[in-house]
Design a protein around this ligand. Structure first.
Ligand code: PLP
Length: 392
């Protein structure tokens, strides 16, 4: 019997559990169950109308053809200017590569810099695609711990101990998925001191940079000497509620940008032209919708943190950014995946086990509060019921 040949490397490719839990939740809904969705990391807001209109106009104006692999010049200019203003140092358009979402930047940059056996350091718990792609490329994954005692900020002693002559990549993510932690200026200064001048690239995933509730956002690229050693990853998915549009970018040294553009030529050819025109409007048009969305997220954060802390067996730190909480559930006495499965199957709340983000996520759940206050209230009641029935 014919069986499709499968390359060995496919066994090393991981996944993002959020999409699997979403599919399970949708299957339960199809059977008539009511589910509160706290699993997927996407704003529940509509894309602002000025951005939608810009895309419609662009289609009518004929932006329906191939464009340059690295992105339309006007969008690359707009991104260079936006990143220059928000990170406080000048960038040029030839340092920008536009991609369908921010995720491809991870894949392309890692493909461009990592040889087999090279060491790549990344946050654990952390966005699962980092570890997945490091493994896929045959590089060596080196997880750096984020612990609750340290407010889920990267453990810099652990980082220092794990840096070696073979380290070629350090991934940072602040504000952080899944914990909502934000690295302080002191943290970033110390990290820069550890890596500056090494033969190592920093991939700084700054996709949640605008979702900040307290403290300050600092990009490591803005520190002396770090700009030429850093690739900034950012995009439109979270900031402008554009997850389904697929629009993101990387800002990196020109030599690396040339390689990433070549990977674009070999894969997507280019990002959809009319969507890139909408991206120009997103960056240059009114920003009130972002401010309002962040204010609403803050209200939700406050409600979910208070609500979780009122449930016996659960405790939750207050995250400073992004739209996730990472409550400690060890007081319930069950493993994260057991709790998450029971929550979905028996109580109608879709959430992710902390271990979906790496081994150091055991003992935690990840909840996305990109849902309405009324749905969050309902979820809190159900999580309380789940914790009580698990403990009894
Ligand atoms: N980086 C982090 C930390 C994320 O959480 C996500 C999405 O969930 C992304 C990058 C990718 O975003 P997108 O590809 O939708 O732009």
């Amino acid at each position: 019997m014919f069986s499709i040949p499968v390359a060995d490397r496919m066994s090393r490719l991981g996944t993002e559990t959020a999409f699997e839990v979403l599919a399970r939740a949708r299957a339960l809904e199809a059977q008539g169950r009511n589910i509160v969705h706290l699993e997927i990391g996407e704003p529940d807001f509509d894309t602002p109308v000025n951005i939608r209109d810009a895309a419609k106009r662009a289609i009518d104006e004929g932006f329906t053809h191939y464009g340059p692999s690295a992105g339309l010049p006007e969008l690359r200019e707009a991104i260079a200017s936006y990143i220059g203003t928000t990170r406080g140092l000048p960038f040029t358009a030839d340092e920008v590569v536009v991609t369908p979402g921010g995720k491809p930047i991870m894949y392309f940059v890692m493909t461009a810099v990592l040889n087999e056996g090279d060491e790549a350091l990344y946050p654990n718990p952390g966005f699962p695609i980092y570890e997945s792609v490091i493994n896929f490329l045959g590089a060596t994954p080196v997880p750096v711990r984020l612990s609750e005692e340290n407010d889920f900020r990267l453990d810099l002693d652990d980082l220092e101990a794990k840096l070696s002559d073979r380290s070629r990549l350090l991934i940072l993510n602040s504000p952080h998925n899944p914990t909502g932690s934000v690295l302080t200026r002191d943290d970033i200064n110390r990290i820069a001191g550890l890596v500056r001048g090494r033969n190592l690239l920093v991939l700084s995933d700054e996709i949640y940079s605008r979702m900040l509730y307290q403290g300050e956002f600092v990009s490591i690229a803005s520190l002396p000497g770090m700009r030429d050693q850093t690739c900034i990853l950012d995009g439109f998915s979270k900031t402008y509620a554009m997850t389904g549009w697929r629009l993101g970018y990387g800002v990196m040294p020109v030599d690396l940008a040339t390689l990433v553009a070549r990977l674009m030529t070999n894969s997507n050819s280019c990002t959809a032209s009319f969507i890139q025109r909408a991206g120009v409007e997103a960056l240059q048009g009114p920003q009130e919708s972002v401010t309002e969305m962040v204010a609403e997220f803050r209200r939700r954060r406050d409600m979910i943190v208070d609500g979780l802390n009122a449930i016996p067996g659960i405790s939750c730190r207050e995250p400073h950014g992004a739209f996730y909480v990472f409550p400690n559930i060890t007081g319930t006495g069950v493993r994260s995946d057991v709790f998450a499965d029971a929550l979905l199957a028996d109580h109608g709340v879709a959430a992710l086990a902390g271990t979906s983000f790496g081994k150091y996520g055991e003992g935690y759940l990840r909840l996305s509060y990109a849902n309405s206050l009324s749905q969050i209230r309902l979820a809190l009641d159900r999580i309380g019921d789940a914790a009580r029935s698990i403990r009894s």
